[in-house]
Ligand binder design. Sequence first.
Ligand code: NAP
Length: 306
Amino acid sequence: MKKKGTATKQVYTLADLKNWQDVDPPIRIGIFGDPVEHSLSPQIQNAALKHCKIELQYVRFHISPAELREAINLIRKLEFVGVNLTIPHKIAALGLLDIADDNVKRIGAVNVIKVEAGKLRGFNTDGRGFARAVREEFSVDLRDLRVLVLGAGGAARAIALQCAKENSERLVIANRSFEKAQKLADELRDFFAGPKVLGPVARLQAIPLEEAAIRFQIANVDLIVNATPVGLDRGDPSPIPSRLLAPHVMVYDTIYSAERMPLISAALEAGARGANGLSMLLHQGALAFEIWFQREAPIEVMRKAL
Ligand code: NAP
């Protein structure tokens, strides 16, 4: 028997999935994470569902790494539309998919699952969400930019691949573990084979995440992207100090928070422009909605809900 409007739990669990009690509107979509309590995705997805008169609800599921396989099998059985995946499941879920799109294979991480006729299809919307966010924040396309990405993890891989696919003028990958930056650059080498930039600098480069190496690059980059979690914890320093920044650069921090991130503060101090990851969150969510429902996402409604 359906209970109307009982999806009032802040967070659902594997136990809830195992003993599924339907509500009205039914929960057939959500996000798996650990932790997941602070996810803003229900806010934006439920606003979109309501606006589009889709009679479904989107909720948070606290799923530990050990529970992921069972939880994913259950959403298949319960005929969910799909789920988002966040930390720490984006890589682990790869092995549980029936079909992975090209982005997922190249990035090695999945953030959207769609259940299609009992099959689990994986997508990654972080890169395209990032491209849309940059266009919105700075009125410029990735293809016209020389980009410096800080990090070489899941988010950085999605962003770097997007820059490659959109034929950015230049891409520099800076990572604490230099060999990971090198590996990522090697994977993208074919995209940057053609000449584009005049001058002595290489179109594609990996560097260590160190002050001297970054200082050397600043004159030849337009956009700096933080794709590390540095800045997430209160008291974190900026991933690069303001003395390295210059007024000509745009700075995008993929971390989102109501508070100002240390990197954004550093950018503003240096006279540069800065934006945080809320716009990327919004656009990757809108792309997920479009994958699940095969219709345009009501972006302004979703933005307002944030
Ligand atoms: P990840 O796969 O764990 O990668 C983390 C990266 O950060 C690695 O390159 C790591 O370097 C580097 N790193 C970690 N701690 C560091 C430190 N103390 N100093 C310097 N580098 C450090 O994580 P992820 O999934 O890519 O997520 C990264 C960030 O992206 C998250 O904080 C999240 O907020 C953000 N994100 C935002 C959105 C959005 O929609 N706005 C979407 C996805 C992710 P090593 O290789 O040396 O370990």
